[in-house]
Design a protein around this ligand. Structure first.
Ligand code: IMP
Length: 195
């Protein structure tokens, strides 16, 4: 395995915490983005299109192997919205609560949802770029419940749990075992270990 540490290209403290939980037990430190590193705007049409420039910017800024995820939630009843606009569903600068409120207003209770994570690894030394994807299927809760996790978690009932608790009611271990981010991180670790 090459990298013993990775830079994570995010300003989202929830993502940093989750990636540390997922990756550090494998002996690879996940470091925050160095101060002053500029991240590009998220104006791509797919999660992968948004993740790649973020990982490249972090790798160029830090000069070492970096990862970036772009993630979000797709509602089948809304044709896949909010998708890549998940962090700013009602508009730029929206809070997690405003994003959640809009999804609750627009998607029918019980309708299918899917979390998606595109995770990109960039190693400037080896000119290597790799994409890993993870998914988590679920449905919309009748009302938000739970205080763990972040973002849309209080409204998301994962198919793979007991079918009643929201993602925000699961323990960290339970979320990591079934989440889109967990699936993508495990694919990254398997690939790193196989090199
Ligand atoms: P971005 O990847 O920085 O564009 O932001 C992704 C957005 O998708 C977050 O701000 C959340 O609204 C949502 N999101 C992504 N992953 C999760 C998750 O694990 N739980 C809840 N919301 C998530």
């Amino acid at each position: 395995m090459a990298a013993r540490s990775l830079v994570l290209a995010t300003r989202n403290p929830h993502k940093l915490r989750e990636f540390r939980r997922l990756i550090e037990p494998a002996g690879i430190a996940v470091d925050a983005l160095p101060d002053g590193t500029q991240l590009p705007p998220e104006d791509g049409n797919s999660f992968a299109e948004n993740a790649l420039p973020k990982a490249r910017a972090a790798a160029a800024g830090a000069g070492r192997a970096s990862i970036a995820d772009d993630s979000g939630i797709e509602a089948a009843a809304l044709g896949g919205a909010p998708g890549v606009r998940s962090a700013r569903y009602p508009g730029e600068g929206a809070s997690d609560q405003q994003n959640l409120d809009k999804l609750m207003r627009e998607a029918p209770v019980g309708s299918p949802l899917r979390y998606v994570c595109a995770l990109v690894y960039v190693d400037p030394a080896e000119e290597q770029e790799q994409l890993f994807c993870g998914y988590c299927d679920g449905r919309l809760a009748e009302r938000p419940r739970g205080s763990r996790g972040f973002g849309y978690d209080p409204a998301f009932i994962p198919d793979e749990s007991d079918g009643s608790r929201t993602m925000a009611e699961l323990s960290d271990e339970e979320k990591d075992a079934i989440s889109h981010r967990g699936e993508a991180a495990r694919a990254l670790l398997a690939w790193l270990e196989g090199r």
